[in-house]
Ligand binder design. Structure first.
Ligand code: PHE
Length: 344
């Protein structure tokens, strides 16, 4: 016969085991769930506290055993809580510092300047047919920029109006910012033996008022093709090849007579842009023997100088040279994307 006291005892003991089992299974995964865990098991109105109330109804001579079970349960709930708390806070702490699975923040890398894109494109076009790239100094002496290229002393290009002089000296010769990349042609011929196939991209400087159509800093890619049997036909073909590589197979070129002190014949090269029509690409010609012979070169020297600022502007769909030096990064970035699209 089960009396009332025994029933209470069984009920409390069963509850203890049931809660012990629940406690074993409970697996809070974050701080919020841990708080729920604490309230449920260890709160003032929690299941364990409730057992302590029930415990008061247990017969005094059974209290020792039940009390032990109950204390054990409470202790293990408290221990589990402490352990979980440690683990979960440590985990959030490290995961805030070091979550290796998080996608990285995008770093704004900026973008290449349109002039660099055009220059690199031009370099690739010439490299495909065997040209190499050379460079020369931007600060140049009078000999390489003018005298060696047959510019007479009274030539207007030497004037203060056109040239940024750094140092003027009667005995040592003037030092100035180069006004064209043809200065590099002199350096290449001085220090290399033909055959030579080389291009030299670079910045050049002329003392001009800045406007939509002129700038005091601009960019050229100069070319030099020196070999025994090269002729004007080769020069024309190189320029045509270049125009077709840039603007497509149907592109036309137009050569106009021109004058440069160091070449004869001298030409102006025009290219027909598919949308914008004819534009002047630059100058070209065959070096005069009286210029090349003192440099030790006795074979024909084909040369050309391409202005690349206008090409970069056309690629961007702009027509003011000052835009190339603008700080409107967003505008340039947007247009650069268009330009990429066109070239793809
Ligand atoms: N150096 C000339 C200029 O700046 C261009 C040119 C280069 C002409 C090579 C002939 C040969 O205008």
């Amino acid at each position: 016969m089960i009396n009332f006291a025994t029933e209470i005892l069984i009920e409390v003991t069963e509850k203890i085991f049931k809660i012990k089992e629940e406690l074993g299974k409970a697996q809070p995964e974050n701080i919020q769930q841990l708080e729920e865990f604490r309230i449920y098991f260890l709160g003032k109105k929690g299941v364990i506290q409730e057992l302590f109330t029930d415990f008061k109804s247990v017969e005094p001579d059974k209290r020792k055993e039940v009390g032990m079970l109950l204390n054990e349960l409470k202790k293990s709930a408290e221990n589990k809580f402490e352990e979980l708390k440690k683990a979960l806070t440590a985990e959030t702490h490290t995961s805030q510092l070091l979550d290796l699975t998080r996608p990285v923040d995008l770093i704004n890398l900026g973008s290449r300047h349109p002039l660099s894109i055009v220059r690199n494109e031009i370099i690739r076009i010439f490299q495909r047919v065997g040209f190499i790239v050379n460079e020369g100094p931007e600060i140049e002496d009078d000999w390489h920029n003018f005298t060696a290229l047959n510019f007479p002393p009274e030539h207007p290009a030497r004037d203060m109006q056109d040239t940024f002089f750094i140092e003027k000296s009667e005995e040592k010769g003037d030092i100035a910012l180069r006004t064209h990349t043809s200065s590099v042609q002199v350096r290449i011929m001085e220090s290399n033996k033909p055959p030579i196939r080389s291009i030299f991209p670079g910045r050049v400087f002329r003392n001009e008022a800045i406007s939509a159509r002129a700038h005091c800093i601009f960019h050229q890619v100069e070319g030099l093709y020196i070999d025994k049997n090269v002729s004007f036909a080769d020069l024309k073909q190189i320029l045509l090849y270049f125009a077709k590589e840039v603007f497509g197979a149907n592109t036309k070129i137009r050569l106009r007579p021109s004058y440069f002190p160091f070449t004869e014949p001298s030409i102006e090269v025009h290219i027909k842009h598919p949308v914008l029509g004819w534009f002047e690409l630059g100058g070209a010609g065959i070096f005069r023997p009286e210029v090349t012979e003192p440099l030790g070169v006795r074979v024909p020297v084909l040369a050309w100088g391409i202005g690349i600022d206008r090409m970069a502007l056309m690629a961007l769909g702009l027509n003011d040279l000052r835009e190339l030096f603008s700080y409107d990064i967003e505008n340039v970035r947007l247009r650069r994307t268009m330009m990429r699209g066109n070239h793809a």
